[in-house]
Design a protein around this ligand. Structure first.
Ligand code: ZN
Length: 490
C-alpha cells in the first residue's frame, strides 16, 4: 500500500464484519455497483444505493485512491419473475407503449441521469449496458459450460446449482444453504426445462413473441439477468476486484448467482468486499414498483403524490438518506422528510454564516479536532449520522460567533471553513448557498412561465401560449404537455 494513502473500515457482507480496506492494487480501486433496470422512473429506493456508493466513491478519492467506478445499466434480460420467467421488463414496456425497446431504455436512462444530477450523484467512470455486452456474456456462458457447471436444455443454458455446490458454497453471501433453499422454492412442474428448481438461466431461448434476441451457439435468445454483472464487472475491473455494491434486496438471488457464475467460470471469487445498503421502507414495508407503494423522485421534487404534503428538494432527499447509516433501514414518512428539511436548513444557515464571519485576534470557540472526528466517523464504514452530528455541534459554535457571543481567530476560521467545505460540500455532496438557490430559482422561473402558459391556454390566448413555448424551445428547453400539466427538461 502506498504510504500516504489512508485506509478505512468497510463492512463486508461476505465475512459479516468490518474489515480494514486493503485494495488489491493500490492506489487503484475497482468498484462495481448494480445500476437500474431502465423501464420506469427512479424512486427513493433507487436514490439510496446511488447516494451510498457516491459517498464511498467520493470518500475513497479523498483518501487518495484512484477509483474506477462501474455502474451498469440493465436494458435486457431482467424478466418479471426473477432470472428466468415472465416477460422482459423493458420489452413489455416497449410493447405496451409501441416503442422500440431501446427507445424505452434511452427515455428512462435520460430521466435517471437527470434525477442523479439533481441529487448531486457523480457519474460513474463507466456505465456499461447489458445489451452492449452480448458477445462477452456468450463467452462467459461458454466458460461455465466448459467448466461443467451448466447444461443446455431446449436451446437455453442453465446453471447447475447442485453440481456447483459440491465444489463451492452456494448461499455463502446471504447465509443460506441449498437444503433450506429447496424447501422454500416451488417444485418444478414437469414442464420446466430446468433440472432442479434452484438452477437459473444463463441464456434463454427467445419465444416467438420475445422481441429482444441475439444469435448464440445455443439458440436465438438473450442472456440471463445475473450474467451481465459477472461479465461486465470482470471485463472492466479484472478477474478479481475490490468492491461490489448494491441494495440488500439484490443479495439473493442476484449477487449469490453472480458469485456462483464467477467461481464457476474463473475457479475463484471475483469480489473482495461485498457492500449492501439497507432498504427504504414506507410504513414498515419495502418500497418498490412490485409493491405498488413507490413514490418517484420526480414526484418528491414536485410534491405530486397523495402521501406528500409539499415538494421536497433533491438536497433534502440526499440529506434524509445520509442522516441514517447506510446499513440501517430508513422508514419514509412525510414528517421524517420535513425534519430532514429543517435539519438541512439549519446546516445551510450555519454554512452561509461561516462564509461571512470576521476573524478576531483570539478564539473563544474550539475548532480543534473537528476534522479528525469527522474523518474518523467516515472511515468507520461511512458513519454519516455521526459526521452530521459533529457538523451540528460545530454549527452551534458558528452561530455563537455570528451572534457576537464568541470569537474566532483567522487560523481557526480558515480551518473551520475548510472542514465544512470538505465534509459538507465535497464528501456529503450537499449543494448549499448560491448554487442551491440558483438551481431552485431557475427551476421555479421555468415552472412559473409554463404555468402562465397553461393559464393562457385556458383563456384561449394562443399567441401568448405559443410565444412562451416557442421561446423556451429556442433556448433549448424540451416541453411536453401531459394530462396533469407539463414536463420540461433542458
Ligand atoms: Zn448486478
Amino acid at each position: 500500500m502506498t504510504d500516504n494513502i489512508k485506509t478505512m473500515l468497510i463492512y463486508n457482507t461476505l465475512t459479516r464484519q468490518k474489515e480494514e480496506f486493503r485494495p488489491l492494487n493500490a492506489p487503484h480501486v475497482g468498484m462495481y455497483v448494480c445500476g437500474p433496470t431502465v423501464y420506469g422512473d427512479a424512486h427513493l429506493g433507487h436514490a439510496r444505493p446511488a447516494i451510498t456508493f457516491d459517498l464511498l466513491y467520493r470518500y475513497l478519492q479523498h483518501l487518495g485512491y484512484k477509483v474506477r467506478y462501474v455502474r451498469n445499466i440493465t436494458d435486457v434480460g431482467h424478466l418479471e419473475h426473477d432470472a428466468d420467467e415472465g416477460e422482459d421488463k423493458i420489452a413489455k414496456k416497449a410493447r405496451l407503449e409501441q416503442l422500440e425497446p431501446m427507445e424505452v431504455v434511452q427515455y428512462y436512462l435520460n430521466r435517471y441521469h437527470h434525477d442523479m444530477e439533481a441529487l448531486n450523484v457523480l457519474p460513474p467512470s463507466i456505465e456499461p449496458h447489458a445489451s452492449g455486452h452480448i458477445i462477452e456474456q456468450i463467452a462467459f456462458v461458454q466458460k461455465i459450460l466448459d467448466a461443467g457447471y451448466a447444461y443446455i436444455s431446449n436451446g437455453s443454458v442453465y446453471f447447475d446449482v447442485e453440481k456447483y455446490n459440491k465444489d463451492f458454497h452456494y448461499g455463502k453471501l446471504s447465509g443460506r444453504n441449498i437444503e433450506d433453499l429447496y424447501e422454500t422454492t416451488r417444485e418444478l412442474d414437469g414442464q420446466s426445462e430446468k433440472r432442479r428448481s434452484l438452477d437459473f438461466a444463463l441464456w434463454k431461448k427467445a419465444s416467438p413473441e420475445h422481441i429482444m434476441h441475439w444469435p448464440s451457439p445455443w439458440s436465438e435468445g438473450f442472456p440471463g439477468w445475473h450474467l451481465e454483472c459477472s461479465t461486465m464487472g470482470t471485463k472492466y475491473l479484472g478477474e478479481t476486484f475490490d468492491i461490489h455494491g448494491g441494495g440488500m434486496d439484490l443479495m439473493f438471488p442476484h449477487h449469490e448467482c453472480e458469485i456462483a457464475q464467477s467461481c464457476a467460470a474463473l475457479g475463484h471469487e471475483s469480489v473482495h468486499y461485498w457492500m449492501h445498503n439497507n432498504m427504504i421502507t414506507i410504513a414498515g414495508k419495502k418500497m418498490g414498483k412490485s409493491y405498488g407503494n413507490f413514490i418517484t423522485l420526480e414526484q418528491f421534487f414536485e410534491g405530486k403524490h397523495p402521501l406528500l404534503s409539499q415538494p421536497f428538494s433533491p438536497m433534502t432527499i440526499r440529506f434524509f438518506i445520509l442522516m441514517a447509516h447506510y446499513r440501517s433501514t430508513v422508514d419514509f414518512s412525510n414528517e421524517a422528510l420535513q425534519a430532514a428539511e429543517k435539519g438541512l436548513a439549519r446546516l445551510t444557515e450555519a454554512y452561509e454564516r461561516l462564509q461571512k464571519l470576521q476573524p478576531a485576534a483570539t478564539s473563544t470557540v474550539d475548532v480543534q479536532g473537528l476534522r479528525e472526528r469527522c474523518e474518523e466517523a467516515m472511515s468507520d464504514d461511512l458513519n454519516t449520522p455521526i459526521v452530521i452530528s459533529h457538523l451540528f455541534d460545530s454549527a452551534k459554535a458558528i452561530n455563537s460567533v455570528f451572534d457576537g457571543k464568541a470569537s474566532i481567530c483567522e487560523e481557526d476560521l480558515k480551518e473551520l471553513q475548510s472542514v465544512w467545505q470538505l465534509f459538507v460540500i465535497d464528501l456529503l455532496g450537499l449543494r448549499m448557498g448560491e448554487e442551491q438557490q440558483s438551481s431552485e430559482a431557475y427551476k421555479g422561473a421555468v415552472d412559473l412561465l409554463l404555468n402562465m402558459r397553461l393559464d393562457a391556454k385556458r383563456n384561449k390566448d394562443w399567441a401568448t401560449s405559443d410565444r412562451i413555448r416557442n421561446e423556451l424551445t429556442a433556448l433549448g428547453f424540451t416541453i411536453k404537455d401531459t394530462k396533469d400539466g407539463f414536463e420540461w427538461s433542458l
